[in-house]
Design a protein around this ligand. Structure first.
Ligand SMILES: C[S@@+](CC[C@H](N)C(=O)[O-])C[C@H]1O[C@@H](n2cnc3c(N)ncnc32)[C@H](O)[C@@H]1O
Length: 569
């Protein structure tokens, strides 16, 4: 990897420190940056850039920013900048990098930006073949894997702007051998406040890319603040960017896609990867999705009842640490005078999920809580937990209801029961049956929700080398009454993606040709809705006893406290 000297076009001597920028521009920029750093939502950003688009080019000129020039030069150094090289300018803004790349001979340029106003300015420059309005925080479904020879991101990673994980999608759409060039303020990168530095290293560790050249510090705003520095990073995408998929996933896809049944079914657990977790977090912010609010209301109202004497808190499928934090805080207050340490054990198949939960809890509680995180499947991890201290296990959300059949639900609960002693408690969320219109609204809640369910097909494309047209799928949830199981009513919302036009797809990793007719559906999840009166019976069939049940005010959701059926009353 090379390290370059400060940029040759802007030697120290050329910096006009004696010609400060006009104070009007200075004040305007100050205000804009304050707003930019404080931006919380995409709407904030769009509003900011709608205003700034008009003066953006002049302002950049006034502060002497030249990141777009040096980044473009670095890009063409490592990519054959023939006319046809496909280059993505991500966070293109008004097109500053596009102009430089065009000067250097690149003709096949695509601009992507969140802001329509910035994109209109970019369009006026006349250098882009395509302009795409998109959010770098979401999957870039309009672009296929390996579509670009290179990507450039100038001024995109900063407070309130694009998230660091956008780099994963950029790696996906740039072909192996292609390069990704980005600029960032050195102090922001070094402090890792936005997670870019750790993301860069993670991609390197996962053999997704390798560094090619990183420049020395350059002056970021030569005519405004000569002490602020930035660098340009150039990485080459590697053949090994996509890790081998698990056999389990490949097999599930083969089974679903070769099935003759009217609906092709894929178990909901296959939807999960780090992209799905991010999309899910956006989805649950939708107001129509009642479940997180109902559950949080229960935890908030009954936390003192829920917390007992146990010193070990186990959470199955940790996702976000929000809920357990309330309970751990309560436990700490309730046992202020006890010396016994409190241990929190998050268990998840996703390494990212357990690590981020651990960091979150440690940052919040310091050494008042010991975190003993375990990565793996529940059935592998639970037998390794020492049974000499009493534990309480939490299984929050509607996850139990995502198990395909009631028979499998009973098997799952039985296997958990086998890992409990008579002193242990298990607290499990179960979503309750309710008015179908509430359910339909919750599952048809809009774009983040659609993008979340689409992640199943996205995974097949990305990890198994398929070319499903994602735009062909529309989401359709149905509320179905299935055959009862041992006297237990069996109702569920089934989450389907319906294919709208015929598709012929080849899934490379499993060498399978698939033809989907218009109207054919792929089921990507099920969410069982339990009747209150059935919960005790379901637990009984699993060797557990329902001790207490907590509900929210609307009776939408339940948290159920269970013990082994042979525990003393
Ligand atoms: C500081 S400007 C840089 C523009 C241009 N690259 C340049 O060098 O002048 C940052 C740009 O990133 C875009 N941006 C910020 N967050 C984004 C996101 N999540 N998705 C897409 N674009 C985003 C903004 O709309 C803005 O146009």
């Amino acid at each position: 990897m090379q390290r370059t000297k400060p940029h040759a076009q802007e030697p120290e001597s050329s910096v006009k420190k004696d010609t400060p920028i006009h104070s009007e521009v200075d004040q305007r920029l100050q205000k804009i940056w304050e707003k930019a750093y404080a931006a919380r939502t995409n709407e904030d950003l769009k509003e900011l850039y709608a205003d700034w688009a008009k003066t953006y080019d002049d302002d950049h000129e006034a502060v002497g920013f030249f990141g777009h020039k040096i980044a473009s030069e670095l890009l063409v150094k490592y990519v054959d900048a023939s006319k046809e090289a496909n280059i993505l300018d991500a966070g293109a803004g008004t097109g500053a990098a596009g102009i430089e790349l065009a000067k250097l001979g690149c003709e096949s340029l695509t601009a992507l930006d969140l802001s329509d106003d910035m994109l209109s300015k970019a369009e006026e420059k006349g250098v882009y073949r395509h302009l795409v309005a998109a959010d770098l925080g979401l999957p870039l479904d309009t672009f296929s894997m390996n579509q670009f020879d290179a990507a450039i991101l100038v001024g995109v990673f900063s407070y309130g702007q694009a998230p660091a994980h956008a780099l994963n999608e950029i790696v996906r759409i740039v072909k192996p051998g292609g390069v990704i060039v980005f600029t960032m303020r050195t102090d922001f990168y070094e402090s890792d406040a936005m997670g870019v530095r750790s993301r860069v290293h993670e991609l390197e560790k996962n053999h997704a890319w390798q560094p090619v050249e990183i420049t020395e510090d350059q002056q970021y705003l030569p005519k405004k603040d000569p002490t602020a520095m930035f660098r340009v990073w150039c990485y080459r995408v590697l053949e090994t960017k996509i890790p081998e998929p698990s056999d389990d996933f490949a097999e599930a896809v083969r089974e679903a896609m070769t099935s003759k049944s009217r609906v092709k079914r894929l178990d909901h657990r296959h939807i999960w990867n780090s992209m799905a977790s991010r999309l899910y977090n956006r989805y649950i912010e939708c107001s129509d999705y009642y479940l997180p609010d109902s559950e949080e209301e229960i935890i908030d109202s009954y936390k003192s009842d829920i917390v007992g004497e146990e010193r070990l808190f186990v959470e199955l499928g940790c996702g976000s640490a929000r809920k357990i934090k309330h309970l751990l805080s309560t436990a700490l207050i309730d046992r202020q005078n006890q010396d016994a340490p409190l241990t929190y054990m998050p268990i998840d198949v996703s390494k990212g999920a357990v690590n981020s939960t651990k960091n979150d809890i440690e940052a919040f509680f310091g050494d008042r809580i010991a975190v003993d995180q375990r990565q793996g499947f529940f059935n592998e991890v639970l037998p390794t937990i020492p049974d000499d201290i009493a534990k309480v296990m939490f299984f929050f959300g509607g996850s139990l209801g995502n198990i395909e059949t009631l028979a499998e639900t009973v098997d799952f609960l039985k296997s958990l029961r086998d890992q409990m002693t008579v002193r242990d408690r298990f607290i499990v969320g179960m979503d309750l049956d309710k008015n179908p219109s509430v359910l339909v609204d919750a599952y048809e809640a809009g774009p983040p929700n659609h993008s979340f369910f689409l992640n199943m097909i996205r995974r097949i494309n990305n990890e198994l080398g398929a070319d499903f047209d994602l735009a062909a799928f529309k989401q359709e949830s149905t509320y179905d009454y299935n055959a009862p199981y041992k006297g237990i009513e069996n109702r569920s919302v089934n989450l389907k993606l319906v294919n709208r036009w015929p598709q012929d797809v080849f899934i490379t990793k499993i060498q399978l040709k698939v033809h989907l007719n218009a109207g054919e559906a792929i089921q990507v999840g099920t969410s069982r809705k339990f009747r209150r009166e059935d919960i005790g019976r379901l637990l009984e069939l699993s060797g557990l006893r329902l001790r207490r049940q907590w509900l929210d005010r609307k009776d939408y959701f339940s948290l159920n406290e269970c013990v082994r059926d042979d525990a003393v009353v």
